[in-house]
Design a protein. Structure first.
Lengths: 82, 141
């Protein structure tokens, strides 16, 4: 049983994938680490980015955090504000 | 005061906001768009403009965390953190940090801490646009 999770993309991640939001089909009880594996499989170009962090509901989330289908998930490439 | 804005940053309104009777020092940092950057080969590349993009709600939250931490470390009376988004030309202001404290040393330190930490944690990205291409800053090995 797979669960659709919507994922926001910013900066270079959005440019490489070509969309600002995508739906990922993840197993139930998936963790942030599972999402990253899934994304790299579906979008190999993401490997060209120096590092990727993930935000869950507007907060940086560690690899072992569980994802719920209602979460707002965002891919955070290296930041460069200022 | 913490804000993201697509409009030019207004220094005088930030200054007015920071003025308070207990302040003996108001320190400002302005980040502005430079006309060049070192390329991958170390050679100077001419920059035409920058494009800033933010994950708005999270960027505000992260800037608030930085301001709260600065508040814990220094006796800050008032602060202003304003970051631009969108397309910026050479010389335009990308970020304004302003801190009001009783004495100057803590204003300098807090301002420096705020801008340095913004560059590390806040989800804002800039793309440098050259005449012959573009690059997301700090994004690739």
């Amino acid at each position: 049983m797979k669960t659709p999770v919507s994922v926001l993309l910013f900066g270079i991640a959005r440019d490489l994938v070509g969309q600002s939001a995508i739906i990922c089909s993840l197993p139930q009880q998936a963790r942030i680490s599972d999402l990253l594996v899934h994304l790299h499989e579906q979008h190999p170009a993401l490997a060209g980015i120096k590092s990727l962090l993930v935000a869950r509901n507007g907060e940086y989330a560690d690899a072992d955090v569980l994802i719920s289908p209602t979460d707002e998930i965002a891919i955070i490439p290296p930041v460069s504000g200022g | 005061m913490i804000a993201l804005t697509p409009d030019p940053i207004d220094i005088s309104s930030a200054y007015k906001y920071l003025q308070t009777d207990g302040a003996g020092a108001i320190d400002f940092f302005f980040g502005v768009v430079r006309d060049n950057t070192p390329g991958a080969d170390g050679q100077r590349r001419d920059v035409e403009k920058l494009e800033y993009e933010a994950y708005g709600a999270m960027a505000i939250k992260e800037m608030q965390k930085i301001a709260d931490e600065a508040h814990r470390r220094w006796p800050i009376l008032k602060y202003a953190i304003v970051h631009r988004t969108g397309t910026l030309r050479i010389g335009e202001m990308a970020v304004l940090i302003g801190v009001a404290t009783p004495h100057r040393a803590e204003a300098f330190e807090a301002t420096r801490y705020i801008i340095d930490t913004i560059k590390q944690t806040v989800p804002i990205w800039k793309k440098e646009i050259f005449t012959d291409g573009d690059v997301w800053v700090n994004a690739t090995p």
